[in-house]
Design a protein around this ligand. Structure first.
Ligand code: SF4
Ligand code: SF4
Length: 350
């Protein structure tokens, strides 16, 4: 019996390896075709049948400034003036989200670092009080993290604190300010013994989770080339025609971004929002989300067409939001697409 099981497993492994090999040998246009059929098509069917699209993720850029100089990120050479969101505008945006019965994730970053926002814990505490069931996600480079603001962020109701440590050191060394935050704040509030999931010290990641809070510390290489992010990445070579996907994109069906002056972008790849979908100062978020700009863009994307939008036509992102492969073909497509088109760094979930 064991022999038969071994033979069956060996056959399955060999046929899967052969299929994977054959897929890898396909020309680019054929891989893209399979990608469209296996990955985009099921998503398009789902979004076509849902006329009321659900906003699941909103990115709030409370200040247009980052205190780091990553060579792959436009924030290191941000051409915009350093501008902060007025608190009244922020309160109005949170009220809009309450009116929309928003229950997804608020990301307090876009092309910036949230810890350099003046009085950031006050912003966070307000949103937590108005939207207690929402996930409040803070992604930072950790440079400005200290015992005082770290404690204030946790007390304000942060649900996820994700710290990207940018370094080219082959061994990840936790910077002293972050270590102090861990020892003097985090492990005082959440003693190590009481963790529901123990801290995992993997090669490049530190993960700490309780039922209501998660901390991720991840190493990021500084001298690297990541996604072109619609032509904004300073160190990305010229995008070739092969790299542009020009197909469906799921982002405008699930997410929006708002920058310090109220301009609303179509997705997390819309780094500087040069062609806004609306402005939260003059319209409610709901009006913008259901407005003509978003609807026009979605209609074209549901036709597998990024050409119609002047901005999206230059985008190389696969445009998949929290997509996980289910079928063998989808797994092949994912393996290939991960190599062919890595996703942006700044907004990636651990
Ligand atoms: S990747 Fe993050 S830390 Fe680096 S410059 Fe961009 S926003 Fe700042
Ligand atoms: S195609 Fe690119 S720029 Fe356009 S919505 Fe999708 S991810 Fe954003």
């Amino acid at each position: 019996m064991q022999i038969l099981t071994d033979i069956r497993k060996s056959f399955q492994w060999r046929s899967s390896a052969l299929a994977r090999h054959l897929f890898s040998r396909l020309p680019l246009f054929a891989k893209k075709w399979f990608f469209r059929q296996a990955v985009y098509h099921p998503l398009m069917v789902r979004h076509r049948s849902n006329s009321l699209h659900t906003l699941t993720d909103i990115y709030l850029e409370l200040r247009t400034f980052c205190n780091n100089t990553c060579p792959f990120c436009v924030a290191s050479r941000d051409p915009r003036p350093d501008q902060s969101m007025p608190y009244e505008l922020y309160e109005k945006i949170i009220q809009d989200l309450v009116d929309m019965q928003f229950d997804g994730t608020i990301h307090y970053y876009q092309t910036n670092d949230p810890l350099v926002v003046r009085d950031f814990p006050r912003f966070l505490a307000h949103a937590k009080q108005r939207l207690p069931n929402v996930r409040h996600y803070v992604l930072t480079n950790g440079l400005a993290l200290n015992v005082k603001n770290g404690r204030a962020i946790l007390e304000a109701g942060c649900s996820v604190l994700s710290i990207n440590v940018y370094s080219d050191n082959p061994v990840l060394v936790i910077p002293k300010n972050i270590q102090r935050f861990l020892d003097e704040v985090l492990f005082q509030i959440y003693p190590r013994e009481s963790q529901s999931v123990p801290i995992q010290e993997c090669k490049d990641n530190f993960i700490f989770k309780t039922q209501s809070f998660a901390l991720y510390i991840r190493r990021r290489w500084m001298n690297t080339i990541l996604s072109p992010r619609v032509g904004t990445a300073p160190n990305y070579p010229v995008v070739t025609k092969d790299e542009t996907f020009l197909g469906f994109c799921e982002m405008p069906f699930t997410q929006m971004t708002v920058t310090a002056d109220g301009r609303v972008g179509r997705c997390c790849n819309d780094a500087l929002i040069p062609m806004p979908m609306g402005n939260a100062r003059d319209q409610t978020l709901q009006e913008i989300w259901n407005g003509a700009s978003y609807e026009r863009l979605r209609a074209e994307l549901l036709r597998n067409n990024r050409h119609a939008d002047e901005f999206c036509r230059k985008c190389t992102s696969l445009g998949l939001h929290s997509w996980r492969p289910h079928t063998t073909m989808q797994r092949f497509c994912k393996e290939w697409s991960d190599q062919w088109n890595p996703q942006p760094d700044a907004t990636e979930d651990p």
